[in-house]
Every structure is written in C-alpha cells, then in structure tokens.
Write a protein that binds this ligand. Structure first.
Ligand SMILES: [Zn+2]
Length: 197
C-alpha cells in the first residue's frame, strides 16, 4: 500500500472516530441512562426482529400509545405483532405481550407456540412473565432492560430481572437480552419528551 493510500485511510478512520464520538454524545444527551451491551447469546436474526419490535414501538408512540411492542416469530416468519394498548383502552393489563399472547394462544397450536420466539421491545414485566410462564413458548428475546427503562422515566426499578425470575420458575425457558438497548432507551426518552410537550 502506498504512503498516500495509507494516509487517506488514516483520515477516513479519524473522521469516522469523530463522527462516532458526536453520535454517541447525542445519544447520551437524549438519555443519560447507560445502556448495557448486547447479550452475547443474541443472534443476527434476533437483532433483525428486535429492530422490528422497536419500529412497532415507535409507531405506537407516534399514535400516543405507550412505546412498547411484541412479536411472535416461528421459523423466521412473523406470526403476529402487537403493541401496548393501555392508554387507549384504559385497561392496565393491555401490555403488548398480553395482547399478543392472548390472540396467539387462541390462534396457534401448542406445537407452533413451543417452537416460536417471543420478541419484545422492552423486558417483560412481572405480569407478562407470569403469562409467558403459562404458554408453551420456550424462548424470549427483549430489547431494553426493565431496570434501564425505569431509569429513563426517573423511576426506581423494583422488579425482578426476567432471567432471574425464569431461572427460578421455568429454567427451561431461554431469555435473551438486552439487544440494541441504546436504541430502545432512546425511544422511551423521545416518547417521554413528546408527552411533556
Ligand atoms: Zn408487561
């Protein structure tokens, strides 16, 4: 490699580093809550479907709903999607997972459910973990953790991390997360600012 090419590469890398530093700063400014790194057990397919969960959560927020969404995936295909409908229904149980699993358990066989993965934009709460426990679903993947999401809203986290909970009540269930947490937390920070306006 000639000296000129090497020099050009150095300039490109330097510009990338400066851009990343600014981009990182912007995320920090939007939410000062630190995001955890991705769960090393998450796969490329998990990242794809968590992106979809975030897209749904953003759409929900744009409609004035709470920014949470869930989807069910069987053999790489999305079977069903749902968002949180607490705000518009006035029903506090209408979390995205409840809406999704209520419908999915009526529509799909136990066999299909047992081979499906549940993706959620946010770590399932205690109520939703209880419901998941009652289904044959054997794997769940969440985007943003419950503890960091609570911090975005300035609230104390008093829940039980889903990995810890399922380790006790259903050790066979695989829990993966967080995945792209920085993106998930950003959705909550933006939604909170939108609600204040
Ligand atoms: Zn829930």
């Amino acid at each position: 490699m000639s000296k000129q090419v090497a020099f050009l590469w150095m300039i490109v890398l330097l510009l990338c580093a400066v851009f990343m530093a600014f981009a990182g700063g912007e995320i920090e400014a939007q939410t000062s809550v630190k995001a955890f790194p991705d769960d090393p057990l998450s796969t490329e397919e998990d990242r794809k479907f968590i992106r979809r969960a975030y897209e749904l959560a953003r759409n929900a927020a744009a409609k004035g709903y709470r920014p949470y969404a869930a989807l069910l995936v069987h053999e790489g295909r999305i079977l069903a999607e749902h968002e949180n409908t607490v705000n518009q229904s006035g029903n506090i149980t209408k979390h995205a997972e409840v809406n999704l699993l209520g419908m999915a358990t009526e529509k799909f066989s136990q066999d299909i459910l047992s081979k499906s993965t549940l993706y959620t934009s946010g770590e399932p709460c205690l109520m939703c973990c209880g419901l998941i426990d009652r289904t044959p679903i054997a794997r769940i993947v969440y985007g943003a953790s419950g503890s960091q999401t609570r911090k975005v809203y300035g609230r104390e986290y008093r829940g039980i991390p889903s990995k810890e909970l399922f380790q006790r009540i259903k050790p066979s269930l695989i829990v993966v997360g967080p995945v792209f947490e920085v993106e998930g937390l950003k959705i909550h920070a933006e939604s909170m600012r939108g609600a204040r306006r």
